[in-house]
Design a protein around this ligand. Structure first.
Ligand code: FMN
Length: 353
């Protein structure tokens, strides 16, 4: 049914649909179900240790031998700005008290960019694909992954980023738009310019690079997939549509908020992690919206961790990072397999209309 087979051939999948890697939300069960349905099953490994990644991959391999994508962050290591940390702590203290969230942790980095130790483990585990968010690792790491036969993907939020990724070894580029849920993958300076929406971003990136382009952001049904293919994308990467599935590890409070949302109720916020990410509007994100000078990512994650956890424990959406894309109004609470197969059949009917 797919006229353009570039992505299926490159990634060794039947359908050019990637279940997005989502650190803190995707699970081995989700990746297994997506892979066995003929798509790309992905695991967001950015917040995991080497041992956890190895254990998850072992679990996956017990249930599927299909292609799997392991995803990592390659963010710039943070610098500790004491004044910003103090100002953030002052803003957070009421939230710690209201939610009875315990002591404020030290402002330290707890999640690290992809490094040679993780690279060695990944090569040993042998996934078909490794994808990155926030750029690419050093050339020597890319070379080692490629030597092991691993396909490299990364997200671009502009034409300049897409060209950079192609020049530095990406085998396909994820064009991640403004509509996308979770963290924007931008990594090159862009001043105050906004990230474009899927409709404007995808065809410009398609024209600018020679490698296949994967559309991501605001796609949650077959109409969106068909439209992305019309724009020249070779496939799609979809996150939000999988967030309310039974395999997703998002809290039930988060899932309930997503299922009640329309899509007119999301916003970009730096206040959870220190980087711009799309979330459902809630009390914490609204209150902090005027503030921009947060401590660097991911130190800010460390500072907000306890209030986010306490909010989940209290079954209150007020201070949870309710990551969501703008297409949230289209999603349903099904299994990953049901969501995946519905995406395939909806696309088929959209393309044959
Ligand atoms: C909860 C959540 C977590 C995410 N975590 C990651 C991640 O760890 N790595 C990554 O490359 N992209 C991550 N993303 C972004 C997705 O890869 C993808 O770009 C996005 O979900 C596409 O937009 P959509 O949510 O509208 O489908 C995340 C998205 C969500 C919703």
């Amino acid at each position: 049914m797919w006229k353009d087979k570039r992505l299926c051939d490159l990634l060794d999948i039947d359908h050019p649909i990637i279940q997005a890697p989502m650190a803190g939300a995707s699970t081995p069960e989700m990746a297994i179900a997506s892979a066995n349905a003929g798509g790309m099953g992905s695991l967001g490994c950015a917040m995991q240790s080497v041992d956890q990644v190895a254990a998850d991959m072992l679990q996956i391999r017990q249930h599927t031998n299909r292609a799997i994508n392991l995803n990592f962050f390659v963010h710039t290591p943070p610098s500790l700005n004491v004044e910003r940390v103090r100002a953030a702590q002052d803003r957070l203290i009421n939230w710690y008290e209201t939610l009875d969230a315990g002591d404020m942790p030290e402002p330290v980095e707890t999640n690290f960019p992809f490094d040679t130790a993780m690279c060695d483990t990944v090569i040993r585990l042998g996934p078909k694909v490794v994808s990155f968010h926030f750029g690419l690792p050093d050339a020597s790491i890319i070379a080692a992954l490629k030597k092991a036969g691993i396909v490299i993907l990364s997200s671009a939020t502009s034409v300049a980023e897409a060209r950079y990724l192609e020049e530095n070894g990406a085998d396909a580029i994820i064009a991640q738009s403004y509509e996308a849920g979770g963290h924007s993958g931008w990594f090159l300076a862009r001043g105050t310019a906004e990230v474009a929406g899927t409709m404007a971003l995808v065809p410009r990136i398609v024209d600018a690079v020679n490698v296949p382009v994967i559309a991501a952001g605001g796609i949650a049904d077959g109409r969106g997939i068909a439209a992305a293919l019309m724009l020249g994308a070779a496939g799609v990467q979809i996150g939000t549509a999988f967030l309310a599935t039974s395999e997703c590890m998002a809290s039930q409070t988060h899932k309930n908020a997503l299922l009640a949302a329309s899509g007119d109720d999301t916003m970009m916020s730096k206040a959870f992690s220190g980087r711009r990410a799309r979330t459902l509007v809630n009390k914490y994100a609204s209150e902090m919206a005027p503030v921009d000078d947060w401590p660097d990512f991911p130190i800010m994650n460390t500072l907000t961790g306890p209030i986010r956890k306490a909010s989940v424990k209290a079954d209150s959406p007020d201070a949870i990072a309710l990551w969501s894309g703008q297409a949230v109004g289209l999603i349903r609470a099904d299994t990953t397999k049901e969501v995946f197969l519905r995406l395939v059949s909806q696309t088929q009917s959209a393309l044959t209309k």
